[in-house]
Design a protein around this ligand. Structure first.
Ligand SMILES: NC(=O)C1=CN([C@@H]2O[C@H](COP(=O)(O)OP(=O)(O)OC[C@H]3O[C@@H](n4cnc5c(N)ncnc54)[C@H](OP(=O)(O)O)[C@@H]3O)[C@@H](O)[C@H]2O)C=CC1
Ligand SMILES: O=C1CO[C@H](CO)[C@@H](O)[C@@H]1O
Length: 313
């Protein structure tokens, strides 16, 4: 079993520096993946209300606790408030819904999934749309949503709170109003979008960056970075796969990656990255892939005043 290093965060909580992503893991695959991951050594799990798999993640963890394999305090569970729950009146209810899905009494990290909001039309209506098919945006300010999230910590529903997909200006504005500082900013990070400026910005504020789509979200045989000859060649030097090289590069870049997999061998391999060190030269090669291209631009929200990607970083 791999022993994953941990990081101490700005609220004194501690988190493993790589986790398991779970977006699109459903239908039994998710539960099996979380259990395989626990066996492999993972102790950090990333999900969201939006992924509709909190129940599977919770079931896997509760079964592993019942088996005596882990204790609740050994695992770090991250989930997220979806955009239709931003109205401060809905935040506590949304968090309690997630806890009910998990079958647990606290979350480790509750993130605001995006800075922009949607109109609420029901708990399960994730993308409320108008007759022309446009997503109905709401003008709730993320600062007001954050104020409601701060109360969740006092209620003991979550140990920590953080944000996702916030740009540097939004973080600055949030910090000027916050009583509790965000612990995380979860952002897209992979060789094509290395996010050096935002990572440095967050580091200076002592905010941990967790990185989504760390492998560039490969699907089927469309491997992009995973099939790249230069990355494969680097891997050969260390007897590692291109996925392992990329994940190690992210960790060395100050990012906590959360690769998703439902494949046991990949789940195991993706954390087997702590027994080698990339040379400065190899890290530079990885740095050279940055094009700034986003896999997840969420352009349907570009007219929201809180859309994050109009800024440089
Ligand atoms: N905050 C946010 O807005 C967002 C957060 N996220 C979070 O980040 C996580 C990771 O991002 P995600 O979009 O899933 O993309 P990833 O970059 O993690 O790619 C996942 C894909 O890579 C495959 N894969 C995993 N490991 C390997 C490997 N070693 N070799 C080859 N293929 C591999 C998986 O296949 P298979 O499962 O079949 O093995 C899956 O198809 C999400 O699952 C979610 O938890 C993601 C997007 C946005
Ligand atoms: O977490 C997420 C997973 O990916 C989705 C896009 O495919 C995003 O909408 C969402 O933020």
């Amino acid at each position: 079993m791999v022993k994953i290093p941990t990081i101490k965060q700005n609220d004194n909580t501690v988190m493993p520096i790589i986790g398991l992503g779970t977006y699109t893991s459903t239908g039994g695959d998710c539960k099996r993946a979380v259990k395989d991951a626990i066996d492999a050594g993972y102790r950090h799990f990333d999900t969201a209300y939006f992924y509709e798999n909190e129940a599977e993640v919770g079931e896997a963890i509760r079964e592993k606790i019942a088996e005596g394999a882990i204790k609740r305090e050994d695992v770090y569970i991250v989930t997220k408030l979806w955009c239709h729950f931003h109205d401060p009146e809905r935040v506590e209810k949304a968090c309690r819904l997630s806890l009910k899905n998990f079958g647990l009494d606290y979350i480790d990290m509750y993130l605001m999934h995006w800075p922009y909001a949607y109109v609420y039309e029901g708990d399960r209506v994730m993308f409320p749309t108008d007759p022309s098919g446009e997503v109905k945006l709401s003008d709730v300010d993320y600062v007001d949503t954050w104020k409601a999230m701060e109360k969740l910590v006092g209620l003991g529903l979550t140990k920590s709170i953080g944000v996702s997909n916030f740009n540097s200006k939004q973080l600055t504005r949030l910090l000027s109003a916050a009583t509790i500082k965000p612990v995380h900013n979860q952002i897209e990070a992979h060789p094509g979008l290395s996010q050096k400026k935002l990572i440095e910005f967050c580091k200076n504020l002592n905010i941990v960056v967790t990185g989504y789509c760390p492998l560039g979200r490969p699907e089927g045989n469309r491997g992009d970075f995973l099939n790249d000859k230069k990355i494969i060649e680097i891997g050969k030097k260390y007897n590692k796969s291109s996925a392992q090289v990329i994940l190690r590069w992210l960790v060395d870049s100050g990012v906590v990656p959360i690769p998703k997999s439902v494949t046991k061998s990949r789940i195991q391999a993706n954390i087997d990255i702590f027994d080698f060190q990339l040379s400065a030269e190899d890290r530079q090669v990885l740095d050279g892939f940055n094009t700034g291209h986003r896999i997840i631009p969420m352009t349907h929200a570009k007219n929201s005043p809180h859309y994050p990607f109009h800024e440089e970083f």
